[in-house]
Ligand binder design. Structure first.
Ligand code: PLP
Length: 230
């Protein structure tokens, strides 16, 4: 328990230092505490230390946690979404990071509309072009964004990526930079709702500082906060 408090303090310090190195306001970066496979008491401990934003990967697990803790926290979905789970994704979360195909976007739009809400989303881009990774190919991202512009119940706020795993976080830098450059191009062409700024979801335990130096506004950190997952 003590360690969550300490881990959080250290992560927040590292976020702040990385932001300052890059000449950015540390408040422009939000920490998404990735709580997949983490039990409620540890999440409650993080909440009591002031961490109120969590990211979940699995719909069933997320639904149970959210119904237990809804008022105390906000929740982002960061996992792969099967189309048949689109209703939960569209109704339970404050931001969905992982839209990567039009059919899914249309399903989210329909369910958000039925629930009477506008759902904030990001488009996941497979910057590394890995066959096993989710995400739209960079060359197809603009087409997807243009098509999503027709969907009145979605609010597209930016991009998300998961680069190939690298032992050395410096090797992830070019992927983060590419995502930022893509996002800036698309923003200039009017592909995003920029009322609250452009969101770039990139960086995990191993490489969030590099991601911040390259412009991340949302860093998704699990292991460095909660320890190894079982
Ligand atoms: C699990 C996961 C994370 C967190 O990874 P850590 O290495 O534990 O920080 C971040 N983003 C996504 C999409 C994940 O699935």
């Amino acid at each position: 328990m003590e360690s969550i408090k300490k881990n959080l303090e250290q992560i927040r310090e590292r976020i702040e230092r990385a932001a300052l190195r890059a000449g950015r306001d540390p408040r422009s970066i939000r920490l998404v505490a990735v709580s997949k496979k983490i039990e409620l008491p540890l999440i409650e401990e993080a909440i009591s230390c002031g961490q109120t934003l969590f990211g979940e990967n699995y719909m069933q697990e997320a639904r149970e946690k959210i119904s237990g803790l809804r008022s105390a926290a906000s929740w982002h979905f960061i996992g792969h979404i099967q189309s048949k789970k689109a209703r939960d994704a569209a109704t339970l979360f404050d931001l969905v990071h992982t839209v990567d195909r039009l059919k899914l976007a249309q399903a989210l739009d329909r369910h958000a509309g039925q629930a009477g809400r506008v759902l904030p989303v990001l488009v996941q881009v497979n910057v590394g072009g890995e066959a096993q990774k989710e995400g739209v190919a960079p060359a197809e991202a603009e087409g997807l964004l243009v098509a999503m512009g027709e969907l009145a119940n979605l609010r597209v706020r930016g991009l998300m990526t998961m680069p190939p795993f690298m032992d050395n976080p410096e090797e992830a830098r070019p992927f983060f930079r590419t995502l930022r450059q893509l996002a800036e191009e698309f923003a200039a062409r009017g592909c995003f709702d920029l009322r609250d700024g452009l969101e770039l979801s990139m960086g995990m335990s191993n490489d969030f500082e590099v991601a911040i130096e390259e412009g991340a506004t949302l860093v998704r950190v699990g292991t460095a906060l909660f320890g190894p997952r079982l």
